[in-house]
Write a protein that binds this ligand. Structure first.
Ligand code: KIV
Length: 275
């Protein structure tokens, strides 16, 4: 590839500069083939710890390890050329101390080549965000509904339904912003809360189940592609791929059973079929 054709990757300053401008398009990615398809259309690809549920069939994100995140991060980075790639730090890999977070984050960035990490940022995490950003690690915050806190909170519940909770979400966002987060995911809050936070803080906000009143949006890719029977209520399905996969598998099964395949030697080639 000539230097002229080289694709330039979106960086943290460009994401920050989108505050109040054209909304940021963000999706999750966990593997190379999907990252290749999403990359040209997204500003940010998040290797989310939701991969525990989406890819590994876990009930929650609690069992996800840093090694799992790094393995999937490497796969995404082999395919993503222009989007900013963010790696989620999983439960247990950053909460103990800023030093523990630095060790996990620096490993995640050095081993995958990704550009930033995300941490679920309860108020206590501000010190960690500051520690990381001062040492050159870009951090995305995540406030409101924090899936890693689900054990304590009895599941995934929208946040900000009473005054104390509301105040807590505002504090989480303000403190992550003041500590230097370059963008902040806001999950599962009412439109009015998302709007006020977005107006108040300097970092772009990225909503998930938090209305259009944010500086961008993120969804779990497999949810919006309709790969599961169940998706959260706030997710719009842009395709219904589970049906497409089922039909394809049924057609393949029928071909196998009726022996409807070309003879082997004539077709056994790895030359690309479609150009
Ligand atoms: O883990 C994840 O995928 C996430 C987002 C959906 C924001 O945290």
């Amino acid at each position: 590839m000539s230097a002229q054709n080289k694709i330039k990757r979106i960086g943290v300053p460009e994401i920050r500069a989108r505050k109040g401008g054209e909304p940021l398009v963000c999706l999750t990615a966990y593997d190379a083939p999907m990252a290749r398809l999403l990359d040209p259309h997204c500003d940010i690809l998040l290797v989310g710890d939701s991969l525990g549920m989406v890819v590994h069939g876990l009930d929650s994100t609690i069992g996800v390890t840093l090694d799992m995140m790094i393995l999937h991060g490497k796969a995404v980075m082999r395919a993503a050329k222009q989007a900013l790639v963010v790696i989620d730090l999983p439960f247990g890999s950053y909460e103990k101390s800023p030093q523990q977070a630095f060790e996990s984050a620096s490993r995640a960035l050095a081993e995958t080549g990704a550009q930033a990490v995300k941490i679920e940022s309860g108020v206590y995490a501000a010190e960690t965000i500051r520690f990381l950003t001062e040492r050159g690690i870009p951090v995305m915050g995540h406030v409101g509904l924090r899936p890693q806190a689900a054990l304590n909170e009895g599941g995934f519940k929208a946040k900000g339904r009473d005054d104390a909770e509301r105040e807590r979400v505002f504090r989480e966002a303000r403190e992550a912003d003041a500590a230097g987060a370059f963008a902040i995911v806001i999950e599962g809050v009412a439109e009015e809360i998302a709007r006020q936070i977005t107006a108040e803080i300097a970092a772009p906000t990225i909503g998930i189940g938090a209305s259009a009143a944010c500086d961008g949006q993120i969804l779990v890719t497999q949810d919006m592609l309709g790969l599961f029977d169940w998706t959260p209520k706030f997710v719009r399905r842009y395709a219904q791929l589970s049906g497409v996969v089922e039909d394809a598998v049924k057609a393949y099964g029928a071909d196998v059973k009726s022996r409807a395949f070309p003879a082997a030697a004539e077709t056994y080639s790895f030359k690309p079929k479609n150009g």
